[in-house]
Ligand binder design. Structure first.
Ligand SMILES: [Zn+2]
Length: 207
């Protein structure tokens, strides 16, 4: 993804960036986060570099700098700031970043349906649900079991994150692994939900 060349709305000179090189007028900001930040579409990102770009661009497009400019430029600076903040939140987080790239490629991750239990977890999830049910009914004796389950699932999350890192690098090398990444993200979300559920029920503040 790169800027497409267009004519400056103010002076008509060709523009490929966010401000016109000839008259420095602010142009309509690109909506794509990678384009906006001036980085190639990658799943492995240098967060320190991203942060530096974020601060530079924030200064460059800060609405305070455009108070004396035309209405159109003031509007563009507001739009640019909104895209910038949204883009930074999305790109600095590996999971959100991957979900964003999937969406850009038409692979929407959608809402994980709770019935889609990963097959290798079927038995474990069945037992977990029984223990959670007992805990809800006030049976404290299942607490150690829930504790252990929580630790196990957290370990699985760490493994999944390791898998994601490898898949991210494979994508960045040019291989089409997005469907695999989507499957890994779905699995991650499923396990994350299990951990949250255990924590809500077993570690909720006592009533
Ligand atoms: Zn211009």
């Amino acid at each position: 993804m790169a800027f497409s060349f267009s004519a400056c709305w103010q002076c008509g000179q060709p523009v490929s960036g966010i401000s016109c090189p000839a008259c420095r007028t602010l142009q309509s900001p690109p909506a794509g986060f990678f384009t906006f930040f001036g980085i190639p579409e990658r799943l492995s990102i240098d967060n320190a570099d991203l942060q530096k770009r974020f601060y530079d661009l924030s200064r460059q497009f800060h609405p305070d700098r455009f108070t004396r400019n035309s209405e159109r430029e003031r509007q563009y600076s507001l739009e640019a700031t909104a895209i910038l903040n949204d883009g930074y939140r999305t790109l600095r987080d590996p999971v959100k970043r991957a979900e964003y790239v999937l969406k850009q490629h038409g692979l929407d991750i959608g809402e994980q349906r709770s019935k889609n239990v990963p097959p290798e977890l079927l038995e474990e999830v069945f037992e977990l649900n029984m223990a959670l049910e007992e805990m809800r009914e006030g049976d404290e004796s299942v607490r150690p079991q829930l504790d252990a389950a929580r630790e196990r699932f957290r370990g699985m999350l760490a493994d999944v994150d390791g898998e994601l890192e490898v898949q991210f690098r494979t994508f960045d090398e040019g291989q089409d692994v997005l469907p695999k990444i989507r499957a890994t993200l779905n699995r991650r979300r499923y396990i994350q939900n299990l951990v949250s559920e255990i924590e809500q029920i077993a570690w909720a503040p006592s009533r």
